[in-house]
Write a protein that binds this ligand. Structure first.
Ligand code: URA
Length: 276
């Protein structure tokens, strides 16, 4: 396959390769292989040459190396942020997650930056992608009602974010690589905020951040803790059923209600001020 023809400048060739990647991703192509091809094309897109580069024969070893350097870049960038505002700017400028090529907006956070409660969801959907805010659609409206029931609100005392910052095409599940490149920013957000309570919405957020593979129905409603290298002390954490799941399974709302009451009791013990 040829990703650069003689008439293209290196910049044009990279843009074309990126667009092709986005197309492949949306079409469900195995992106480990696709990204290996892109990595090869980006690397070889140096000064214009008469002959196009030879097709990569054995791309198998490349994805891991590329993924590692993307994660390393993300870690360095995230660590350089000293405030939530700086972290937001770092995420906005980050080009290491291929999802950015197909998304309309970067979706980093909504709510109050210095809130004592931090909620992490899964991924932006269509409404979030359009508005650039987490939980902007129907699941977000349900979340707002759940929060209001226990004196929490994104206008006053909650900050919301997600495990990834760009909408996956067609709302497919994010790949492990996409999650890994966003994770350093999510971890840094928790480090910078050191919230009194971290609320993990659904399986993706809880499994990613608690580093376990367990059904959300087994994790929900329990007093847990989140630790990371950058934190001197663990952070209190609780898992809840995701509002999008509750919309699909309304009979599970009674479990969600029990979790909300457990959260309310914990917030009280932690002295978190709530909206009356
Ligand atoms: N679901 C999420 O987990 N996050 C959003 O931002 C929207 C829907």
């Amino acid at each position: 396959m040829e990703l650069m023809n003689a008439a293209e400048t290196p910049i044009q060739a990279q843009a074309a390769a990126k667009a092709l990647l986005a197309f492949w991703r949306a079409a469900g192509v195995d992106m480990d292989v696709a990204e290996a091809v892109y990595a090869t094309s980006a690397k070889t897109a140096g000064p214009a040459r008469a002959a196009p580069p030879p097709a990569p024969k054995a791309p198998v070893a490349r994805p891991r190396a590329k993924a590692t350097s993307l994660v390393d870049n993300a870690v360095a960038l995230a660590k350089s942020a000293q405030t939530v505002a700086e972290l937001r700017a770092a995420v906005m400028g980050f080009e290491g997650c291929a999802l950015k090529a197909t998304a309309r907006n970067t979706v980093f956070s909504d709510g109050v930056d210095d809130a004592q409660v931090l909620i992490i969801g899964e991924a932006p959907d269509r409404d979030e992608d359009e508005q650039g805010k987490p939980f902007a659609g129907a699941a977000g409206q349900m979340l707002d009602k759940m929060l209001a029931a226990i004196g929490l609100s994104r206008q006053t005392n909650v900050l919301l974010s997600n495990t990834i910052f760009w909408r996956p095409p067609g709302n497919r599940a994010p790949t492990p690589g996409e999650v890994m490149t966003c994770l350093p920013f999510v971890e840094r957000l928790i480090e910078l905020k050191q919230p009194k309570l971290l609320v993990l919405m659904g399986k993706a957020a809880s499994n990613t951040l608690l580093k376990r593979e367990e059904a959300v129905t087994r994790l929900r409603g329990r007093r847990m803790s989140y630790s990371s290298e950058g934190l001197a002390l663990p952070v209190n954490a609780i898992v809840m059923l995701h509002p999008a799941y509750l919309m699909r399974q309304p009979q599970q709302k009674r479990l969600a209600w029990a979790d909300l009451l457990a959260t309310q009791a914990w917030l009280e013990e932690l002295g978190v001020a709530r909206v009356p």
